[in-house]
Design a protein around this ligand. Structure first.
Ligand SMILES: *[C@@H]1O[C@H](CO)[C@@H](O)[C@H](O)[C@H]1NC(C)=O
Ligand SMILES: *[C@@H]1O[C@H](CO)[C@@H](O)[C@H](O)[C@H]1NC(C)=O
Ligand SMILES: *[C@@H]1O[C@H](CO)[C@@H](O)[C@H](O)[C@H]1NC(C)=O
Ligand SMILES: *[C@@H]1O[C@H](CO)[C@@H](O)[C@H](O)[C@H]1NC(C)=O
Length: 346
């Protein structure tokens, strides 16, 4: 590759800003390989009459999405997505999944064919009764190779340099994987590179459904043993889902940070419990409960449960995935919440 690689980050929310901090450190650490200036696309907003991009470029802090954490000054916020990406050799996608298509549409004309992408987006794209991986979608939309990164990564903990791990999945572990490892790995953020980018992205989406099941167990005041049983079965269903519907999915992937570790972290998050507990003790719909408790945000697991269910129904496979099916039935058909564990017992 010869020249220094230019890195652009597409997105700047909580996780985008935390990973920008890691990348900002690493491009300086590996200045032989990377251009020291990293552009970050920021969706422009006004905070107390000032542009968020100006605040980030002057105070080196994303005061809205990662307050109290300093970014290195080589992270340059840019409100125009084309300017942010033009001439980049590496694009790091870390934006809400509903913006992927539109954003790639505007990027297409400024991207070189030898550019590489890596997606940190968690989720799967369910469309026309099929499932697409965001890495594949970005690949197709931009005509570039795209890897994926996922792990047990609570943004604030990464930003505070609390030790954690993450997994990168790429078709080319020895070449692209080695470059991405240099971009993301630090002593406090330990990266493993694997080939199974498919299993990695399946874990990132389906763990949210299992977390709803764990939240329901908590809401029902079941014990720690029951909760652990549900999580274990959930992990097995995640693996079965991957192996049944996709090629190249490997069991080892589920033992990586993107698998069991991310599942544990997500199931420990308070939001699943709060929402599930409120939901099972009220007659309101899941949408209303989410609106009340999460301030307009959504628990990703609820919509994923719905989409997974539709996918399974069209394949007559709901019975093969009893946990995923039970979560759907509790949330959308008002089945008794106890059915989250009932199937475990026969
Ligand atoms: C904020 O940025 C926009 C362009 O993104 C610019 O037109 C506007 O003048 C800026 N506002 C301030 C207060 O700097
Ligand atoms: C990162 O993890 C690997 C095993 O996956 C381990 O061998 C290595 O020592 C770890 N590095 C750091 C800095 O903790
Ligand atoms: C799990 O165990 C801890 C420690 O014994 C206890 O405080 C907690 O209430 C238990 N949780 C559940 C869901 O029973
Ligand atoms: C769906 O699968 C069940 C077994 O899981 C089977 O009994 C049933 O005949 C199948 N229905 C169709 C339409 O294939």
């Amino acid at each position: 590759m010869g020249k220094q690689l230019k890195v652009s980050i597409i997105g700047s929310g909580n996780w985008g800003s935390a990973i920008a901090r890691v990348i900002g450190q690493n491009v300086q650490q590996h200045s032989d390989l990377f251009d020291p200036t990293v552009r970050m696309w920021v969706f422009q907003e006004q905070i107390d009459g000032r542009n968020l991009t100006d605040i980030i470029n002057q105070q080196h802090e994303n005061v809205k999405y990662l307050p109290g954490i300093k970014l290195s000054p080589n992270i340059v916020a840019e409100p125009d997505v084309k300017k942010a990406a033009e001439g980049a050799n590496i694009l790091v996608f870390v934006l809400p999944h509903q913006f992927v298509y539109q954003t790639c549409g505007s990027l297409k004309e400024v991207i070189d064919a030898d550019c590489r992408g890596i997606t940190l987006i968690k989720g799967l794209d369910f469309r026309d009764e099929n499932i697409m991986l965001f890495s594949d979608e970005i690949s197709k939309l931009l005509g570039i190779e795209c890897a994926a990164l996922s792990g047990a990564n609570i943004a604030t903990e990464v930003a505070e340099e609390k030790y954690g791990e993450a997994t990168i999945g790429t078709k080319y572990p020895d070449t692209d994987g080695a470059v991405f490892k240099k971009l993301f790995h630090t002593p406090y953020f330990n990266i493993s590179v694997i080939e199974d980018y498919t299993g990695l992205q399946i874990c990132g989406a389906l763990k949210n459904v299992v977390a709803i099941a764990a939240g329901v167990c908590d809401g029902l005041k079941y014990g720690n043993n029951t909760r652990a049983a549900v999580i274990r079965r959930g992990l097995l269903e995640m693996r079965k889902f991957g192996k049944t519907f996709f090629g190249g999915v490997r069991t080892e992937t589920f033992f990586q940070s993107c698998g069991v570790a991310d599942l544990i972290t997500t199931c420990s998050g308070g939001r699943n419990r709060r929402v599930a507990e409120a939901f099972i003790h009220s007659d309101k719909s899941i949408e209303e409960i989410e609106k009340e408790l999460l301030n307009g945000q959504k628990l990703q697991g609820t919509t994923t449960a719905l989409e997974v269910h539709r996918f399974l129904v069209t394949r007559n496979m709901t019975e093969e995935f009893p946990l995923m099916t039970a979560v759907y039935r509790v949330i959308y058909e008002r089945a008794p919440p106890e059915c989250i564990v009932e199937y475990l017992t026969y």
